[in-house]
Design a protein around this ligand. Structure first.
Ligand SMILES: [Zn+2]
Length: 309
């Protein structure tokens, strides 16, 4: 049986039941007053699917309230199809592909995809390298920085991305950099990497200073053709460079163009898939389920998303 033949992808009631079981693992919770003790499920032919009533504050609600699904007219089963596709496609899924697969407008597909990226954003993680393990840090450059003229050479006109990778847990976290100043990079590294970590970087000069704040700092000399330290083979930043290469292939092959205001969302999408990859024991269905737990509290309003999907 195909994973896509599951009832929650095709039947709206099954879709609600599937989402409810994951968003409310302990049973329904009222989004208006936080109550969970006296909640009834509304039935009857004239009632919309999934409507519950809280008898503490007397307000009705569905599982969509307060999530990325709120105020969307797209059937929940189509949301689940889109989430499965985005969670399982290594290089991402274009809005055009979603539009054709789901049979919705291109505009709706675009908003759906951005809301799903919001659900992929993990927010504050516990610091990487917390048990004294290796954390790789590196930067990459992509696309065009808005308002910066194209120089003859160099990377000044490109958008800058910093990624941190915890080699122990296999998780990655990427950040859009406003500039390449030591203070900018230090702020992100210090906020997300534990003091006791072994920091692994290339020889970039900003890491000499930043590295002093950690239990150990290993740096390879890429300019001298050194990609793994000859003295200590655990000193390298090759894993995080592999992450950049997946990101760049996806951005080039699937998304093509990405403005700076959306870059953090695409990074969240690639970080999410990488941090929940098959190599870490997470299959496609499990990954889509993890994504579903991220929908809460990520409601995009008209103001943040632009329009209603
Ligand atoms: Zn209530």
């Amino acid at each position: 049986m195909s994973n896509l033949s599951s009832p929650h992808f095709h039947n709206e009631e099954a879709a609600y039941a599937y989402v409810e079981a994951r968003v409310w693992p302990q049973g329904p919770v009222c989004p208006h007053c936080g109550g969970y003790e006296r909640i009834g499920k509304m039935g009857g032919k004239s009632t919309r699917i999934g409507v519950h009533k809280c008898y503490q504050c007397r307000k009705p609600f569905t599982v969509k309230v307060g999530t990325i699904f709120e105020a969307s007219h797209v059937p929940l089963r189509h949301w689940l199809q889109a989430m499965y596709l985005m969670a399982s496609s290594k290089k991402g899924v274009s809005a055009n592909q979603l539009h054709r697969t789901l049979g919705c407008t291109l505009k709706t597909a675009w908003f759906l995809a951005h809301r799903i990226r919001e659900a992929m954003a993990t927010g504050a993680l516990s610091p990487f390298g917390g048990n004294g393990t290796a954390v790789e840090a590196d930067e990459t450059f992509i696309g065009r920085e808005p308002g910066v003229p194209m120089p003859k050479g160099g990377i000044g006109h490109k958008m800058k991305v910093l990624a941190l990778l915890d080699r122990e847990t296999g998780r990655v976290a990427s950040f859009v950099l406003e500039n390449m100043q030591v203070s900018t990079i230090a702020q992100i590294v210090n906020a997300n990497v534990a003091r006791e970590a072994r920091l692994m970087t290339d020889e970039a000069y900003h890491y000499a200073k930043i590295g002093e704040g950690f239990a150990e700092h290993g740096a390879v000399k890429h300019k001298a053709d050194e990609y793994v330290s000859r003295a200590d083979p655990t000193v390298h930043s090759n894993t995080v460079e592999g992450v950049f290469s997946i990101f760049k292939r996806g951005m080039k092959g699937v998304y093509q163009h990405c403005g700076k205001k959306h870059l953090h969302r695409y990074l969240a999408e690639f970080d999410f898939r990488y941090s929940n990859r098959v190599g870490l024991g997470v299959n496609d269905t499990a990954r889509a389920d993890i994504l579903l737990t991220g929908v809460v509290g990520k409601r995009l309003t008209y103001r943040t998303a632009g329009k209603q999907a």
